[in-house]
Design a binder for this molecule. Structure first.
Ligand code: CUK
Ligand code: CUA
Ligand code: CA
Length: 631
């Protein structure tokens, strides 16, 4: 057994069986991929590993009552939400429902959330991958978090003052928004969205041929959340990132073949990175060089090969992640089926667009890292960290040395390879998408946990591992089980997020409900009353722990009942709930918040409503009765 194998068990005390599983996984994942790399990895002895791990573990122990240094925002994958963790403790702080329906807060149940989700398209599911925090001059400004929904071709925005989703945009003309990144400079004016699948244009059943099928790159205005423009591309689109000048964004394409079967998507030796010239696209839109499709009025610019607004840089087949280095110099495309990553010099892109250099000339290195490179992240000290899905490792490597090696110098650019458990997708270092990349912590999001946790049946947790990268060597310090399936996360310094402790009464989140109350002559801050309007009944009530403003109200069977609750408590943490028994109705009303929910009154009889957020010693007593009469 080699030292490398020995360490593959992760901790010195891990059972022997871990090794055979590990080998099995590696072999299974390898099937269909040829070639292997034998690049040298840093070796550690059992003793030095244990000592280093002990030292690093002390750093992640946050004493009870103490606060973490970073907010971590995790995507919830096909579970549809965003999760907030404290880093380095990895304690879960909050969940923010986005594309899912949430029983606790009433997301997807309340009138306010249905309005945001779009009443005509209330999908019960989502598939989010890429959470990103808005920026000002390449630094997180802590205003918004944006995230994609691959399942239903949407993007969402979360307000980071209240940690609530406030906008959802359905992207027209495309299917499956996957890659999502933000413009970094001068600020996040655009949210860039990659649509993954090619579809007929228009997709109305008149034509199913692949010749007329394509996909698009979409820019959404970050403030209005309206679609600004779209660009038709050749091939498909996977991941994307933007540069630090505001001029370029780049996306990987794994399906240049436009295939609809697995073998077909691997036919070409090279696919490409598409580079988008934002200025030229804006100019084309301004000059009217666009079309519209179907009933959408979004300007669609043609960016297929030969267009002036895009360039296609050939890279080894089926690339995946696309990451911009925090010094602003490089786009890095991760090889997936190739053991390499392609380093693209951003300062050569002007020449590429002016046709002064060839389409492969922006590539300044293609270092070989190991099997299945998926995503790369950075420490701000010139090193990059790339996940190797098939090898179940993170490779730490030096960018400058990789470029020297590419130019023929005899240097080793690999700094260390660390085993992770197992099959990592994304990895993400603290502040890495900004100029402030500080190289302290690395989160590796592993798809398989195998034997790392107590068994819970056939469905396993995933494993988000925390690694200390502040020193020369990477040190694994924490295993964090996660429910399906956080592709990606982002770590933001805690002082970059400024939250409200209680709601402000004039918050736009419930402005529409306030307008409705004003029309009914109701003062939300003081009134509890019932307004009948044909078969619609609006029930307004206040809540002050431990009482609702109304102990009972009467409606008729089949009435459309809207209950509006305003929480007049202004003490931090005193959140009330409103749950109407046997009506599928539940919602959160936090201090100084107004929330409303609409439902159909059931069969005649008595129905209790109660507060379902624990608010007071007499919380159990906080309730009332809806009396439903015969219609
Ligand atoms: S993708 Cu999932 S591991 Cu959607 Cu960012 Cu690479
Ligand atoms: Cu109000 Cu519990
Ligand atoms: Ca391909």
């Amino acid at each position: 057994m080699s030292k490398q194998d020995d360490l593959s068990k992760g901790t010195p005390d891990a059972p022997e069986s871990g090794l055979s599983r590990r080998r099995f996984m590696g072999a299974a994942a390898l099937a269909g991929v040829a070639g292997a790399t034998g690049l040298g990895a840093t070796m550690m002895t059992r003793e030095s590993f244990a000592a280093a791990a002990r030292e690093a573990k002390n750093k992640i122990h946050i004493e009870p009552g103490e606060l973490d240094e970073y907010y971590g925002f995790w995507s919830g994958g096909h579970q549809g939400e965003v999760r907030v963790l404290g880093v380095p403790s990895m304690r879960e702080l909050m969940r923010i429902p986005v594309f899912n329906i949430d029983s606790a807060t009433g997301w997807g149940i309340t009138d306010e959330s249905k309005e945001i989700l779009g009443r005509d398209k209330l999908y019960p599911n989502g598939d989010c991958h890429h959470p990103h925090v808005s920026m000002e001059d390449g630094r997180y400004d802590g205003k918004y978090l944006f995230i994609n929904d691959k399942a239903n071709s949407r993007i969402a925005r979360i307000r980071l003052d209240v940690f609530k989703t406030d906008k959802v945009t359905h992207i027209p003309n495309v299917q499956a928004i996957h890659g999502l990144r933000l413009q970094k400079v001068p600020r996040t004016n655009y949210v860039f969205c990659n649509a993954e699948f090619v579809i007929p244009q228009p997709n109305d059943g008149s034509d199913y041929s692949l010749e007329n099928s394509y996909t698009m790159f979409t820019a959404v205005d970050a403030e209005t959340m309206e679609v600004a423009w779209q660009v038709i591309v050749d091939g498909n689109l996977d991941n994307t990132d933007a540069d630090y000048t505001g001029k370029y964004a780049a996306s990987t394409c794994y399906n240049s073949e436009k295939a609809v079967d697995l073998a077909g998507t691997m036919r070409n030796d090279r696919d490409w990175v598409v580079v988008f010239n934002v200025e030229r696209i804006e100019a084309a839109v301004k000059a009217g060089n666009f079309k519209t499709i179907g009933d959408s009025d979004v300007p669609v610019v043609d960016g297929r090969k030969g267009s002036t607004v895009t360039r296609y840089i050939p890279v080894p087949k089926n690339p995946h992640g696309l990451n911009t280095s925090p010094d602003g110099k490089y786009f890095i495309a991760n090889g997936k089926l190739s053991p390499t990553v392609s380093i693209i010099a951003i300062d050569r892109l002007d020449d590429l667009f002016d046709d002064k250099i060839g389409d492969r000339d922006p590539i300044v290195a293609e270092p070989e890292l190991g099997l299945g490179p998926l995503h790369t992240t950075f420490d701000g000290r010139g090193n990059a960290y790339t996940t190797l899905f098939i090898d179940s490792q993170v490779a730490k490597w030096n960018i400058a040395d990789a470029i020297k090696h590419y130019n023929g110098e005899d240097v080793n650019y690999i700094r260390q390879k660390l085993d992770v458990h197992y099959q990592p997708g994304h990895n993400h270092a603290s502040l890495t998408e900004s100029r402030d990349a500080d190289g302290k912590w690395l989160v590796v999001l592993s798809k398989f946990s195998k034997d790392r946790f107590l068994p819970v049946g056939p469905l396993h947790a995933e494993n988000d591992q925390l690694i200390d990268i502040s020193g020369e060597e990477m040190k694994l310090v924490h295993d964090g089980p996660a429910f399906a399936e956080p592709h990606d996360c982002i770590l933001v310094r805690r002082d970059q997020i400024r939250t409200k402790k209680i709601w402000e009464r004039n918050d736009p989140y419930f402005a529409a409900t306030r307008a409705m109350a004003e029309k009914d002559g109701v003062n939300l801050e003081s009134d509890s009353k019932v307004i009948r309007d044909g078969n619609k009944v609006r029930v307004y009530m206040t809540s002050v722990a431990p009482q609702f403003g109304l102990l009972e109200f009467k409606v008729k069977e089949g009435d459309e009942v809207t209950v509006v609750v305003t929480n007049l408590d202004s003490i931090e943490d005193v959140t009330h709930g409103f749950c109407m028994v046997n009506h599928g109705v539940s919602m959160e009303i936090s201090p100084q918040q107004t929330a409303s929910v609409t439902f159909t009154a059931g069969k005649p009889g008595v129905y209790w409503y109660y507060c379902n957020w624990f608010c007071h010693a007499l919380h159990m007593e906080m309730g009332g009765r809806m009396l439903v009469e015969k219609a």
